[in-house]
Write a protein that binds this ligand. Structure first.
Ligand SMILES: [Mg+2]
Length: 200
């Protein structure tokens, strides 16, 4: 049995453009409309801002629950109707219901939504993605994992050597040499690979 574990920000939902638009609208009006984040760390990216205040305001705003889709509804739901499809997203616990609302807004169907990742928001009990997947996976299943953060990809590959790990190409990981994962350029490329590997 195949199990799919997919990241959300930068893979399913367009976190980057939503956050940049928010920063422009409320803090830095001169930020170009085609501005591309160059760093994973928002504090590094916007050194002039009190990033904790900006982040807190952003995640509690309507913007956080209405990010645009960068995946595609029909192909996404094709996958989730064929196999268990778990979304594993690295956001604070308090934002769980906003995330559900955002996924519902786009009509996405999935087996479960779980919070885990390399960043723990100061909570020592916040799980890594491999810890969460260990709880969820059924013995003998084949794990397919997709994420845009190399730390999460390495976490899965080192804990599940038999898994298939895909890195979603994003501006902040372009310079990175590919290691034990397969890089995909966008959602439809990932879906085409799944069609070949899963549905055949
Ligand atoms: Mg991500």
């Amino acid at each position: 049995m195949i199990e799919l574990y997919l990241d959300i920000d930068g893979v399913i939902l367009d976190f980057e453009s939503s956050f940049v638009d928010f920063v422009r609208d409320f803090y830095l009006p001169d930020l170009p409309t085609n501005y591309i984040l160059k760093s994973w760390e928002m504090g590094e990216e916007f050194k002039s801002l009190d990033i904790e205040e900006v982040w807190s305001r952003f995640v509690n705003s309507d913007r956080f629950s209405s990010m645009p889709l960068i995946a595609e509804k029909e192909s996404f739901n094709n996958l989730s109707s064929a196999f268990p499809l778990h979304l594993v997203t690295n956001i604070p616990n308090a934002q769980y219901s906003s995330r559900v609302a955002n996924l519902t807004l786009h009509g996405l169907e999935y087996s479960g939504l779980h919070l885990a990742g390399h960043f723990n928001f100061g909570d020592e009990n916040y799980p890594t993605k491999s810890q969460k997947i260990k709880e969820l996976t059924k013995p003998g299943s084949k794990i397919i994992f997709l994420d845009d953060h190399p730390k999460n990809c390495l976490d899965i590959k080192s804990n599940f050597p038999e898994s298939q790990v895909y890195l979603m190409d994003r501006p902040h990981n372009k310079e990175l040499q590919d290691q034990s994962w397969t890089r995909v350029m966008n959602w439809l490329e990932f879906y085409d690979l799944m069609k070949q590997r899963i549905f055949n």
